[in-house]
Ligand binder design. Structure first.
Ligand SMILES: Nc1ncnc2c1ncn2[C@@H]1O[C@H](COP(=O)(O)OP(=O)(O)OP(=O)(O)O)[C@@H](O)[C@H]1O
Length: 121
């Protein structure tokens, strides 16, 4: 069998990653909520005519939260696969992973407040 070229290989990886992103959006309620929030703040950014720097910060915050949420989901699924039974060590791993999402969400909320509160009040 002929060896795949570098470009074919990379294209396959992109397809696998797109498939993973689609599974996330289709099956995970937390990601669905985050997609809605992202949509709302993008509309708000457009409505409030935020600056280029504010757009960059807002998009970074959206990407950060959704990216870490995806990794958190993968950790939860891997945990359930390696240990289907109740195990305090798995509980701790899942708690830490959820904690990482919470930290990113708090930072993203702070960025949202810094951008929009002065425009509202
Ligand atoms: N196998 C387990 N052993 C011990 N504790 C667990 C186990 N599975 C879950 N837990 C505890 O329950 C919490 C919730 O776990 P779960 O996998 O249901 O995540 P979740 O936050 O409900 O997921 P989702 O993001 O899909 O809503 C964990 O953070 C952990 O404290």
């Amino acid at each position: 069998m002929a060896k795949e070229s570098f470009v074919q290989n990379r294209l396959k990886s992109v397809v696998y990653a797109l498939r993973g992103a689609w599974i996330l959006v289709r099956t995970e309620s937390s990601i669905k909520i985050q997609v809605v929030i992202a949509f709302v703040v993008i509309l708000a950014g457009w409505y409030c005519e935020i600056s280029a720097t504010e757009w960059i910060l807002q998009l970074l915050a959206i990407g950060l939260v959704m990216g870490v949420e995806g990794v958190n989901t993968a950790i939860e699924k891997l945990s359930d696969f390696v240990q289907p039974n109740h195990d305090p060590r798995i509980g701790r791993i899942k708690d830490i992973s959820a904690g990482a999402v919470m930290i990113c969400s708090l930072i993203a909320s702070a960025i949202g407040c810094i951008i929009y509160l002065p425009k509202i009040f």
